[in-house]
Design a protein around this ligand. Structure first.
Ligand code: ADP
Length: 577
């Protein structure tokens, strides 16, 4: 809507400008036309008056001709007539007459229809001593004539007669008929007497009216308008006259007429229209260019706005998603922390459960060296009594050995039961397996289980926590012992492979795993409440621990029994960093 108004406004502005340009250009062209027309008019008037002047001067000169002075007898009159005829032939005058003071024709080149010209205005004027002029139409024909009458003075200045020259206007007109502009001469009565357009002859000007009406008095199209200082006639007077014409006048007091010209203004109008059209075309082209440019800009900014709003929308959506994600992350972190806490608690519970299971074995294990220490002490004192000091010393040495063994067992137990999150780092897998075997040795021996463990001589460094790794292997060995309880040829084989990733397998000769898919689930147990009741936590805790070291734990059945494998990451400098 807004655009429509702008376009309409622009178009009307261009229209106004074009009208302005047209008016200005038209006036300019009219001014130029007017200058030319003025020159044409002057030229036409000059021509007419120059040609008429011939007859005027003829009248003046011939008036004093000696051949016309005395016209008493017939021979004198004949001589005078021949003279006048000769002059008339040479000057192309219609007639030349010599009149007496009463207006009677004394001599004439051509015979005259009326003998007295006393009432002729030119004669009357000449009788007053001045040069008389008159125009009129010949009575018997349509020929227009223009007459000059000059007085002929006697020796004392008195008027003796009048010489009258009658000229044919048509002869004069003939010489400028080819002239392009319509020129006409209007006499003091307002009648068109001379013109290069014969259609216009005898048209009349009514009193106070600018235009002309035909001689028969009929009405014709006419309007006079003023364009600036110029007067333009609108008319429809036949095909030899323009429809719109610039009208100029020039007063000619010498012949008592007004010269007028009508110049076609069509070229001026065409020029003005051309100029206005050029200006309008330039403006329209410029406007169209401007319009297209703004349209393009508008489309671009609209597209931009759409894009921006889309970006804003997307940003909002992303921000929302981000917040949601952060929320989820923090929830997850909380859940992980809770899980870790639960895991830690489970680990401790598993350890305590293992300790409970081992307590009988441990008390037996501690009791045995204690009994031996007692025996060695008794023996030692007996040897001392007998004065056998070397045997007594031997027994004291055995006592010391036993005490050291007990101290080692207690140290392992303490470390195993301690609930502290030890840092991860470099752990010797050989040492870990030694400790696990040591902690379960008594139990295995009590159950009559053979174990097969040959520790390598060099340490195998892996990534993990020592106490937790010990717990894993204690679990595996204890589970093997549990599975083989009461069976013949019970045997646990522990092997450490170092060919690729460090790997420990614990194989037994028990009945095998009942449900390999579920054994790692917490609280899954097949052990009935009784001597070796289970909590179903050992394997799930071991699984979690090995995973936390970046390792892997698997279990499968072999033809002899079950096999559990623990794979661990080797310790490297990069890993530590
Ligand atoms: P628990 O020992 O308290 O039952 P675990 O998680 O250590 O809990 O073991 C889960 C179950 O996996 C056991 O109850 C048993 O059925 C099975 N299992 C574990 N080790 C062995 C094995 N060496 N041979 C056969 N079955 C085993």
């Amino acid at each position: 809507m807004h655009r429509l108004w702008i376009i309409l406004g622009f178009l009307s502005a261009v229209g106004l400008l074009s009208v302005g340009v047209w008016t200005y250009a038209y006036r300019q062209a009219l001014s130029q036309l007017s200058e030319k027309a003025e020159a044409d008019l002057e030229l036409a008037a000059d021509r007419l008056s120059t040609q008429m002047q011939v007859y005027q001067e003829l009248a003046v000169l011939m008036a004093d001709h000696p051949g016309l002075r005395t016209l008493e007898d017939a021979s004198q009159k004949r001589a005078a007539r021949l003279l006048l005829l000769d002059v008339a032939d040479k000057t192309a005058a219609v007639n030349i007459m010599y009149l007496d003071r009463k207006g009677q024709v004394l001599a004439a080149a051509q015979p005259t229809p009326q003998p007295s010209l006393a009432k002729h205005p030119a004669f009357k004027r000449a009788m007053q001593g001045a040069l008389g002029t008159a125009h009129g139409v010949m009575p018997n024909s349509d020929d227009r004539t223009y007459s000059y009458a000059a007085p002929s003075f006697g020796p004392f200045g008195e008027i003796e007669g009048v010489l009258m020259v009658v000229a044919d206007v048509q002869d004069v007109e003939q010489t400028w008929r080819g002239s392009t502009e319509a020129v006409f001469f209007v006499d003091s009565d307002g009648i068109v007497f001379i013109s290069n357009r014969s259609d216009l002859l005898f048209w009349q000007r009514s009193e106070g009216q600018p235009g002309l009406v035909p001689p028969n008095g009929g009405s014709v199209d006419f309007a006079s308008i003023h364009v600036g200082v110029h007067e333009v006639w609108k008319l429809n007077w036949g095909r030899y006259l323009p429809n719109r014409a610039l009208h100029l006048t020039l007063d000619l007091p010498v012949i008592d007429m007004t010269a007028e010209v009508l110049v076609d203004v069509a070229p001026a109008r065409r020029l003005a229209i051309l100029q206005a059209a050029a200006v309008a075309a330039i403006c329209l082209a410029f406007g169209a260019f401007l319009f297209l440019a703004t349209e393009r800009r508008r489309a671009l900014s609209e597209a931009n706005a759409v894009l921006e709003s889309r970006v804003a929308q997307r940003t909002r959506a992303l921000t929302a998603a981000n917040t949601a994600l952060r929320h989820e992350v923090s929830e997850r972190q909380e859940a992980e922390a809770a899980l870790r806490q639960a895991q830690a608690e489970l680990v401790q519970a598993g350890k305590l459960s293992a300790l409970g299971k081992m307590s009988a074995g441990i008390s037996h294990e501690l009791n045995q060296p204690l009994m031996a220490i007692r025996q060695f002490a008794d023996n030692g004192s007996a040897f001392l009594d007998r004065g056998n000091e070397s045997r007594a010393g031997e027994n004291l040495g055995r006592i010391s050995e036993m005490a050291a063994r007990m101290a080692r067992i207690i140290k392992n137990l303490r470390a195993f039961a301690r609930n502290e999150s030890e840092p991860m780092g470099r752990v010797d897998l050989v040492q870990v397996l030694n400790t696990a075997v040591e902690l379960t040795e008594t139990r295995l021996r009590t159950d009559g289980v053979d174990y097969d463990w040959e520790p390598p001589t060099t340490p195998v460094w892996v990534w993990g926590g020592e106490v937790r790794l010990v717990q894993v292997f204690v679990n595996l060995i204890t589970n093997a012992a549990d599975a083989m309880e009461g069976s013949q040829n019970a045997r646990v084989k522990i092997t450490l492979h170092t060919d690729r990733r460090p790997r420990v397998s614990v194989r037994d000769t028990g009945p095998g795993i009942e449900d390999p898919d579920r054994m790692f689930e917490p609280f899954y147990t097949t052990k009935s409440v009784g001597s070796s009741e289970g909590m179903g936590l050992g394997l799930s805790i071991s699984y979690g621990l090995v995973q936390s070291f970046g390792g892997d734990i698997r279990g499968r059945n072999t033809p002899e029994g079950a096999e559990f494998t623990v794979e661990l990451d080797p310790y490297t400098k990069e890993k530590a960093a």
